[in-house]
Design a protein around this ligand. Structure first.
Ligand code: PXP
Length: 239
């Protein structure tokens, strides 16, 4: 069975817009789990623009909830992640002024730093993942880094599909990377910019085991409700 991870960062974005307590990401984490999400994703950004330290701490303390914490390689953030002990870690690149994570990690430039971070989390039996662009070179580097998983950045594919442009080449890149990663024993995840149509396309790539979806899922839920939207995504990924 393929898994659905629900990214609840944007529930915190709405809360922060008012500077008050509602809607509460801690409640959201428990609620989406009840609705069938296999895990939840939160990104503790260096600027804390959505999820904050206390949110992350409370959410990671929940039993029976699998939490995937996205972090940059920033030493202070890595330290916090070690303290709050999520089930999973996904290391992502982070630029202060970006609206969202714009691309995958530069693995060759950050090899030594990433290697140390991965070893430190694996020692604590925390599943590690690297957010990467669909490139075979990066899959080989990910193997050298001994990561448990890679999450393939699907933003480019999503943009091509949404703007009715030819996406075959990008989809093939994702497929080929997924096949190679699986061959290396690395679990494959996909995320970024996914909506119903792009998730449907990628659900045919049998090597992809987990989809991490945020912005569209939360946005669509404003109209149709979390329950229905999560149900729709679960159906799509397992069809
Ligand atoms: N996966 C990773 C690693 C991300 O950084 C993000 C965005 O925070 C997502 C998945 C979710 O992307 P989106 O919000 O576009 O669905």
């Amino acid at each position: 069975m393929k898994r659905l991870g629900v990214n609840i960062d944007h529930i915190a974005t709405i809360r922060n817009a008012r500077g008050e307590l509602h809607p509460d990401p801690f409640f959201a984490a428990k609620y989406v789990r009840k609705l069938g999400a296999n895990s939840i994703t939160i990104h503790l950004r260096e600027d804390r623009r959505h999820i904050r330290d206390l949110d992350a701490k409370k959410i990671c303390s929940l039993k029976k909830l699998l939490v995937n914490l996205e972090i940059s390689t920033n030493t202070k953030i890595v330290k916090i992640a070690h303290k709050i002990k999520p089930n999973f870690i996904c290391i992502v690149p982070e630029k202060r002024k970006e609206i969202t994570t714009e691309g995958g990690l530069n693995l060759s430039k950050n090899k030594n730093k990433l290697k140390k971070i991965i070893i430190s989390f694996k020692k604590k039996k925390i599943r590690t993942s690297l957010f990467i662009n669909p490139s075979l070179k990066d899959i080989r580097l990910a193997k050298e880094l001994n990561t448990d998983c890679v999450e393939i950045h699907t933003g480019k594919l999503s943009n091509l599909v949404k703007s009715n442009k030819n996406f075959t080449n990008e989809l093939n890149k994702i497929k080929n990377c997924s096949i190679l990663a699986k061959k290396f024993g690395i679990e494959v995840h996909a995320g970024h910019g996914l909506d119903y149509s792009t998730t449907k396309l990628l659900s045919k790539v049998k090597e992809i085991k987990e989809f991490n979806i945020g912005h569209f899922l939360i946005g669509e839920s404003i109209f149709f409700g979390l329950s229905k939207v999560i149900r729709n995504f679960k159906k799509i990924i397992n069809n």
